[in-house]
Design a protein around this ligand. Structure first.
Ligand SMILES: *[C@@H]1O[C@H](CO)[C@@H](O)[C@H](O)[C@H]1NC(C)=O
Ligand SMILES: *[C@@H]1O[C@H](CO)[C@@H](O)[C@H](O)[C@H]1NC(C)=O
Length: 334
């Protein structure tokens, strides 16, 4: 599972990579919605956020369990059909065919869906950006492919259009990330290096750049550290300046002081952000597997039968609560 939240930022980047489509302005509803939803594909700390507080995100479970692409497919299916398919998946997860899905079988399955998603995603991107299937992709070829349109514009056109400006910032960011992913320093990326570039969250060598990018994204006043307002703004924006904040936002504020700003100086510095987004010894697949067992294990024997899973099918694959607007409206129920 790509550990990044499908944040405004990530969406932005993905969209740029694929479509170069217009960037939603930060005050667009969609962008706000996306931030507010704060899906746990965030900052490499997905699992942690996922389990933070009472907020629980079903879409996240679905993606962990099915893989991101599959989850979307399942979202379109009528309940009966998704139950039928879920049954088939359960048979596959139960590797030793003893009729029970154990924690470790579930964990291996989740790891498998993560790998599959990343492999397929990188495969798609590799084709798009490297149509002749060279051994490597050069930065120039990549840049021309994704951002070449900027070259056809005058400086003025770029400066006067905030979308174009965002693209310019993205070029810089991509360039820097490219450099970190490029292990052998030839400025070209092999498929393996390209995987690190596209999915840095899974690469130990990319942790620092992920950290840097995260801080830059949230640190709107540019002082290199994150204050509580910046922290909150990353997940929630008032639609009206004077609206009262919902309860969950208030508790996030308290959480900042209690858990994030551990040295109590009013800011999250780089090390505190690191602890937040790259928690040590956190095994995402394992905690997700535990969570799913907890949700579905009706007889509390710490393993799941097919019946138990189908009974709670919406936790695993159901389309309910995956409707974006509705999910948002019910944010405080997660
Ligand atoms: C692949 O190789 C050709 C020929 O050397 C080159 O023109 C092209 O830019 C390369 N493609 C990428 C994506 O690097
Ligand atoms: C960049 O700016 C130009 C001129 O304002 C505009 O026509 C164009 O649509 C913008 N491009 C993007 C991708 O936003």
């Amino acid at each position: 599972m790509p550990a990044f939240r499908l944040s405004f930022r990530a969406l932005l980047l993905l969209s740029v990579l694929v479509l170069a489509y217009a960037i939603p302005k930060p005050d667009d509803e969609e962008a706000v919605a996306d931030d507010a939803l704060h899906t746990p594909l965030d900052h490499d700390s997905d699992g942690e956020k996922h389990f933070e507080g009472e907020h629980h995100n079903k879409q996240y479970d679905h993606e962990a369990f099915l893989g991101e692409d599959e989850a979307k497919t399942f979202d379109q299916l009528p309940p009966e059909e998704s139950k039928r398919r879920l049954g088939l998946i359960v048979d596959r997860i139960d590797e030793d065919k003893d009729g029970f899905v154990t924690l470790s079988e579930l964990k291996r399955w989740i790891e498998y869906t993560q790998r599959r998603y990343i492999d397929e995603d990188v495969g798609r991107m590799w084709k798009i950006h490297n149509p002749y299937n060279n051994d490597t992709i050069s930065w120039e070829a990549y840049r021309d492919n994704v951002y070449g349109f900027l070259d056809t514009m005058s400086q003025e056109e770029i400066e006067n259009d905030e979308h174009n400006l965002s693209f310019k910032r993205l070029v810089k960011r991509d360039r820097r990330r490219w450099g970190v992913a490029d292990k052998d320093l030839d400025d070209k990326l092999t498929r393996e290096e390209f995987t690190a570039f596209l999915h840095p969250e899974d690469h130990p060598t990319m942790k620092d750049i992920v950290l840097t990018e995260t801080i830059e994204d949230i640190d709107s006043d540019g002082d290199g550290k994150i204050n509580v307002d910046e922290y909150i703004a990353d997940m929630y924006r008032n639609s009206e300046p004077n609206d009262e904040e919902p309860e969950w936002v208030k508790s996030e504020r308290e959480g900042f002081a209690k858990f994030r700003d551990t040295n109590g100086d009013g800011y999250m510095d780089r090390e505190e952000v690191r602890t937040w987004i790259v928690p040590k010894d956190f095994d995402h697949a394992e905690s997700e597997a535990k969570h799913l067992v907890f949700e579905a294990d009706t007889d509390e024997d710490e393993k799941l039968t097919k019946e138990e899973i189908l009974e709670k099918y919406d936790v695993f694959v159901g389309s309910q609560a995956t409707d974006f607007g509705e999910a948002l409206a019910r944010h405080d129920e997660f």
